[in-house]
Design a binder for this molecule. Structure first.
Ligand code: ZN
Length: 161
């Protein structure tokens, strides 16, 4: 029987939300560790399809929003050590390609789906200010965009809104 180590006691400083797209998993982990300075155990990874984009439309897609809000509140209650919320979106996100078909009110996503993962970070910041500020966390927004033609590398831009 194989055994695996866990970390017996943790005081995570941050929640990091990013997409489960398998192409990007080799980038997200090292980014969080090297650029955000968070080792495993120091942050709560919330890995969901669409990443931070799940927070962009709380009024039009309330179930999506509530899903993450409930997890935030759960961790807020459980870990008083959390001070940072890191929200990451990425280029060519499949979640965004499906948004336009979800409800007619989201048809703006059909026009230029490729620019929305970055554009939406503004809406996501507004969602936090309007509906999640009671958590008292500092929000950091990042966009992972491809840096080469064959789409094998990304860099992370900090987006300030
Ligand atoms: Zn994605």
């Amino acid at each position: 029987m194989n055994v695996y180590e866990v970390i017996p006691r943790v005081s995570p400083e941050a929640i990091v939300v990013y997409c489960c797209d398998p192409r990007f998993q080799t980038a997200f982990g090292p980014f969080v560790e090297s650029e955000l300075g968070l080792k495993k155990g120091q942050y709560v990874p919330l890995v969901v399809a669409g990443g931070a984009g799940v927070l962009a439309n709380p009024d039009r897609l309330p179930n999506e929003f509530e899903f993450l809000k409930n997890r935030f509140e759960l961790f807020h209650e459980h870990f008083a050590s959390i001070r940072r919320l890191v929200l990451i979106n990425h280029e060519d996100c499949v979640y965004y390609k499906t948004l336009a078909g979800k409800i007619p009110a989201l048809e703006e996503y059909a026009a230029e789906p490729c620019h929305w993962p970055r554009e939406d970070l503004t809406r996501i910041a507004q969602t936090f200010d309007r509906l999640l500020s009671h958590l008292g966390w500092g929000v950091e927004l990042y966009y992972a965009g491809f840096t080469n033609g064959d789409r094998s590398q990304v860099a992370f831009d900090r987006i300030r809104v």
